[in-house]
Design a binder for this molecule. Structure first.
Ligand SMILES: Nc1ncnc2c1ncn2[C@@H]1O[C@H](COP(=O)(O)OP(=O)(O)OP(=O)(O)O)[C@@H](O)[C@H]1O
Length: 244
């Protein structure tokens, strides 16, 4: 992992009506780090991902990628600066083949690419995520993990500076989960920078260099997986007072 500040989140806040869904969150991500974003249901993790990707505008605070302020840019401009994401519920286009779905990602990346180049990139990332030879299939003909692979491939096709994974491992059976963890680990080994919302403890322990834990919109803890998972405040937030 290099010592190069990639993403900086400063005082990020999102208010929905009377609810402070994200409250003054600040943390940095270094290039090559895999950072876990943890917290109980409703603690603001997806809202924070939406603020980074530009799907939502913050009420206050900023997101900076390599010194460039992303806050206020529309989502397609943020994508073009190198932020790619997958969604909690898989969002693939059912009428398109796996290859066509992934070509969409290549077209929205930082580089202007021709359809031919987008096709070549899409083939290569589909191979990379384990879908080589199946690029002509449509999502409905594929298993759930393979649909998730399409989404990951679409994000990778843009060759992002940072990859946002929102519960990419959720809903997989135990065998698929091991495959999924290995796949993310291989991205980590390539030097990819990842911010992942995750509930699967095995994945957090084995993949994350560092974790940020949210509770009721605020940052509750930050540290290595071992540190945060042993933190009484974190245990209390997940399980209630009786367990801390
Ligand atoms: N568009 C919205 N309008 C109003 N309230 C919202 C909106 N989006 C999220 N919220 C609220 O903000 C809070 C944080 O929600 P968020 O989905 O970010 O939590 P989360 O940590 O991702 O939860 P989960 O683990 O269940 O996905 C919740 O109380 C939620 O109901």
């Amino acid at each position: 992992m290099s010592n190069h500040l990639l993403l900086s989140i400063a005082g990020l806040t999102k208010v929905f009506g009377g609810l402070v869904a994200v409250n003054q969150i600040s943390f940095d991500i270094q290039a090559g780090e895999v950072v876990g974003l943890l917290g109980p249901n409703g603690s603001g993790k997806t809202t924070l991902m939406n603020l980074i990707s530009g799907a939502l505008r913050p009420t206050q605070g900023s997101v900076t990628l390599e010194g460039r302020r992303l806050t206020g840019l529309p989502p397609h401009r943020i994508a073009a600066t190198g932020v790619a994401r997958t969604f909690q519920l898989v969002r693939v286009l059912p009428s398109l083949s796996a290859l066509e779905n992934v070509m969409v990602g290549a077209v929205f990346g930082p580089d202007q690419v021709s359809p031919g180049a987008a096709r070549a990139v899409a083939r290569s990332v589909l191979e990379r995520v384990g879908l080589g030879g199946r690029e002509h299939l449509h999502p409905a003909e594929m298993t759930y993990i393979d649909q998730k692979r399409i989404e990951l491939a679409r994000a990778l096709a843009a060759d992002p500076r940072i990859l946002l994974l929102d519960e990419w491992l959720a809903g997989l059976n135990p065998t698929e989960l091991q495959t999924g963890i290995e796949l993310i680990r291989s991205l980590q080994a390539e030097g990819r920078t990842v911010l992942m919302v995750e509930h699967v403890m095995d994945a957090i322990r084995s993949l994350c260099d560092r974790c940020v834990v949210m509770s009721a919109g605020s940052k509750l803890a930050e540290g290595t997986p071992a540190e945060v998972l042993a933190n009484p405040d974190v245990i209390r937030a997940y399980l209630g007072d009786d367990h801390a």
